[in-house]
Design a protein around this ligand. Structure first.
Ligand SMILES: Nc1ncnc2c1ncn2[C@@H]1O[C@H](COP(=O)(O)OP(=O)(O)OP(=O)(O)O)[C@@H](O)[C@H]1O
Length: 294
């Protein structure tokens, strides 16, 4: 698949801080590409340099094989944070206002359907819930029917239901063949939506690939997890390699059956036992020694 956007050796220094440090990646056309990382990893700085909001200290950005030009600005959509909304306008009026800025704008009905805005079209922006505001901001980003859509942590702060709703809208936008660049620190979001991703930490890319490919590349075992309070013995004395997690002891095993059989013979309450595959959170912990969300 050809790259719609290519980033080469992008860096950004804020005085002595290297917020983004020699980052390169290519985004395949029509894909959802994820920039994943904890707070302060450099995701926003990277996306803002690509959008043209922040000037890079060094590096190059190519859109459709050429240095970013006017065409790039015309064919991109950016979901701004909620402060960009005018509180004294209704949803319908906000879309009308922003539509005036473009020579060609998607019809209101299409945006309403795509972002599911029907029920609050005549509601003032101040009265919208967090999830509704995000859907309106998404509609604003889609007004010029962009080829590539930039979403910077679009579901941060939303409740789980609104977050899932927003994911379904992104899936619909992907289904229209659009390219999406998404930053997030939610691994479920990245696993569900992203075809390709880079994981960033401290300004650098530490892993790159498809979510499933990355997991296959780094893990060949399953986790058996048991809550701390269920151990009457010292977990260090278990005949397995263990990982101490925030809420449980995780045992990495290549044979769930054999490990379970062994655990049954030991003085351990198995009431809380869970068996699960490694996740992107586990990958992040493995690569950096710290958790994605701390
Ligand atoms: N304008 C600025 N001046 C100085 N330092 C900045 C500026 N913008 C960002 N930084 C610093 O650069 C680093 C990367 O920040 P950035 O916002 O890109 O990270 P992020 O991965 O998007 O994190 P978050 O999820 O918290 O938004 C952080 O240490 C941040 O404090």
């Amino acid at each position: 698949m050809s790259a719609i956007l290519e980033i080469r050796n992008l860096s950004k220094n804020f005085r002595h801080l290297k917020a983004v440090d020699d980052v390169s990646f290519a985004i395949p056309r029509g894909s959802c590409f994820g920039l994943l990382g904890p707070n302060g990893a450099g995701k926003t700085t990277t996306i803002e340099m690509i959008e043209g909001i922040t000037t890079p200290s060094s590096g190059e950005i190519f859109y459709q094989g050429q240095i970013r030009d006017r065409r790039f600005l015309e064919q991109t959509g950016i979901q701004f944070q909620s402060t960009a909304l005018m509180d004294y306008l209704t949803t319908r009026e906000v879309i009308g206002l922003f539509s005036n800025f473009y020579p060609r704008a998607l019809p209101l009905e299409e945006l309403v359907e795509l972002c599911q805005l029907e029920e609050f079209l005549d509601t003032y922006a101040t009265r919208l819930s967090g999830g509704q505001r995000q859907r309106l901001l998404l509609a604003v980003a889609l007004i010029n029917d962009p080829e590539i859509l930039f979403l910077d942590e679009p579901t941060t702060g939303l409740d789980p239901q609104s977050r899932r709703h927003f994911w379904s809208l992104i899936s619909n936008i992907k289904a229209r063949g659009k390219t999406v660049l998404l930053t997030t620190h939610y691994m479920e979001e990245a696993e569900l939506l992203c075809d390709h991703m880079v994981i960033m930490d401290k300004g650098k890319i530490i892993a790159e690939g498809t979510p499933q490919g990355l997991l296959r590349q780094h893990f060949d075992f399953t986790y058996i997890c048991i809550d701390y309070e269920d151990f009457s013995c010292d977990p260090n004395n278990l005949p397995f390699a263990i990982e101490r997690r925030e809420d449980c002891i995780a045992i990495a095993t290549n044979s769930v059956e054999q490990t379970l059989a062994k655990l049954v013979t030991m003085d351990i309450n198995l009431q809380s036992l869970r068996v699960r595959n490694p996740s992107l959170d586990d990958l992040f912990l493995k690569l950096t020694g710290h958790s994605l969300r701390n």
